[in-house]
Design a protein around this ligand. Structure first.
Ligand code: ADP
Ligand code: MG
Length: 193
């Protein structure tokens, strides 16, 4: 099973909260048939299940902090194994959040062939998240938690981009643009694989 995953294309989709990762991933799934795995969605599903682990996760996410590395990685790995037979490739959305997470992923799962960097300005992300918060029901889409998530993004996740830039696999898209214009850039990056 692990071998099948090793041969699959793996794309890391990285960007700040509200930058548009989920929006672009949906379009990639539609056009290219990749499997979309959002670390945040996996964690929120665990919270929704009402399990004891979910309760602990909820408390951490509500504060805008990162959940323990092993928890996220295990969830992603299980989800990948479940889809290994039918998947052309995997979009790993919102992971790695810090360099260490990327290193562990490569040890336990495999190497990404592309890091899609969804780039938007801080104030754009805040605006989008506040708007999303009107309907998302996400307890972390509030002003106070958004600020913490952004701070953590700049501190922990931007170094991830530099780490993969040194390997030459980063493609940056301008997510200040309209969704379809961003997607044109995304498509170019994927077509070049
Ligand atoms: P992320 O998954 O990176 O947190 P989302 O894809 O959920 O971000 O997008 C956050 C919000 O911003 C959503 O409400 C989405 O509709 C909106 N959004 C995403 N991309 C764009 C864009 N290019 N232009 C305008 N709004 C966008
Ligand atoms: Mg998302």
């Amino acid at each position: 099973m692990a071998d099948k995953i090793k041969d699959a294309k793996i794309i890391f989709v990285v960007g700040g909260p509200g930058s548009g990762k989920g929006t672009q991933c949906e379009k990639i799934v539609e056009k290219y048939g990749y499997t979309h795995l959002s670390s945040g969605d996996l964690l929120r599903a665990e919270v929704a299940s009402g399990s004891e682990r979910g309760k602990q996760l909820q408390a951490i996410m509500q504060k805008g902090e990162l959940v323990p590395l092993d928890t996220v990685l295990d969830m992603i790995k299980d989800a990948m194994i479940a889809k290994a037979d039918v998947s052309k490739g995997f979009l790993i959305d919102g992971y790695p959040r810090e360099v260490k997470q990327g290193e562990e992923f490569e040890k336990k799962i495999g190497k990404p062939c592309l890091l899609l960097y969804v780039d938007a300005k801080g104030d754009t992300m805040v605006k989008r998240l506040l708007k999303r918060g009107e309907t998302s029901g996400r307890s972390d889409d509030n002003e106070e938690t958004i600020k913490k998530r952004l701070d953590l993004y700049y501190k922990a996740t931007e170094p991830v981009i530099a780490f993969y830039e040194s390997r030459g696999i980063v493609r940056k898209v301008d997510s200040e643009l309209a969704v379809d214009d961003v997607f044109a850039q995304v498509s170019q990056a994927i077509d070049a694989l």
